[in-house]
Ligand binder design. Sequence first.
Ligand code: SF4
Length: 383
Amino acid sequence: MKERLGIYIHIPFCASKCAYCDFVSHRVAEFEINNGIEAYFNALSQEIEFYKEEIQKYEIGSVYFGGGTPSIVNGSYISRVLKQLRSVTTFTDDVEITLEVNPGTLTEEKLNYYTASGVNRISMGLQTTNDVLLKQIGRIHSTNDFLTSYDAIKRSGIDNISLDLMFGLPNQTIDDVKKSIELIKTLSPKHVSTYSLKLEEGTPLYERYVNGKIDLPDDEIEREMYHTIENELADLGLMQYEISNFSLPGYESKHNLTYWKNKPYLGLGLSSHSKIGHKRFANTAVMSSYIEQWQAFNPQYADEALLDDKEELFETIMLGLRLNEGISFERINKSYNINFKEKYAVALHELKGYELIVETETHLFLTPKGRDLSNLVFLKFMD
Ligand code: SF4
C-alpha cells in the first residue's frame, strides 16, 4: 500500500489586503488584467507536472487550497488543479479536499465547481461577529455576508465546515468573543480553528499600534479569551485536539494532522513549503520569479534543507506535543531508536514539576498550562 501524501496549494490572491496580514497574497484585481491569474495557474500546472514522479509514489490523502483567498478565483481553476492531480495518482477513499473561503467571494457557480470536482470540506473565516472590529482589521466582509456564504455552502451539500475565529483583536472584549461563539452555536460547524492576533512588523495594524492609535488586550485578557473559547466550544461537543483546533469526533483536519504527525506533504504554488522524506524545501515568494521558473521548468528553491535525525526528532516532539493526544513513547522510540524517558529525564522532571506536561505509561502530552506556555516546553527538548 502506498503512503499517504498531503498536498497544499497556495492561491495567493485576495480582494484586498487585511490590515494585519503578512501572508503572501496579492490584490486579485491587479492580476485579472493581463491574464495574470491564468499565468499563475499555468505555472502551477507545470509544477504539478514537474513533481509527477514523486507524487506517483504516494496516494493523495488530503488536498488543501489555502491562501490568500482560494474562493476569489474562478471555480474552474480549482477543478482544473484537482483533475490534473487525479491524472497523476490515486486519491485515498477517505480523501479530504479542503478549500479556504472568505465570505463575500462565493457564488453558486463556484460552489458547483467545487462539489463537482470533489471538494468536501470548506474552511471559512468568521473571525468575529463584531462588524466594527471586522472593519478595523481590514476584513472585507460583515457578519451578514458570512451568514449568506454559510447558507450557500450548506445548500451545496458540503457539510464539513470549519470556521476560523480570531481573538486578541484591538479593543476586543471577552463579551465579543462570547457573542461570536453564540453565533457558532446556532450553526453547528464540524470544526473551529482559533487564531490569536499576531502583530507583524510592516503591516498597517502594527503601525497603528506603535503610533498609539489602537490598544490590544493585555496577555491576561488574551489568555482568558483563549480559555473562554476552549470551554465554550467543549460545551458544543467541539473537542480540542490541537492547541488551536477543535472538532466534533472524527472531523479533525486530516491535512493538518499530516503536519503535526510529521508526515510527508508537498506544497505547490507561490511561497509554499514541502517536506518529503528528510528534505524540507520552499518555493519563492516572488510572483514574477515563480511564474518564470515554472514556465522554464526550472525551480530554484528559496529554502532547502536536509534534516538530520536530531532535527527530525525535535520536529516530531514539537509538532506531536501540539496535539492533545501528545506523543507515543513506543512510536518515537522505534522511529528514532532512543529511550525517550531516559534521554529527556531532566527535561521531563522539570516540566512535570511546573505542571506543564503529563506523562502516562504510554504517552506524553501538555497540560492546559503547558498549552499556554508551549513554546517554553518545546525549547526543553531542543537538546
Ligand atoms: S484574506 Fe487572509 S490572506 Fe487575504 S489579506 Fe486577509 S488575512 Fe491576508
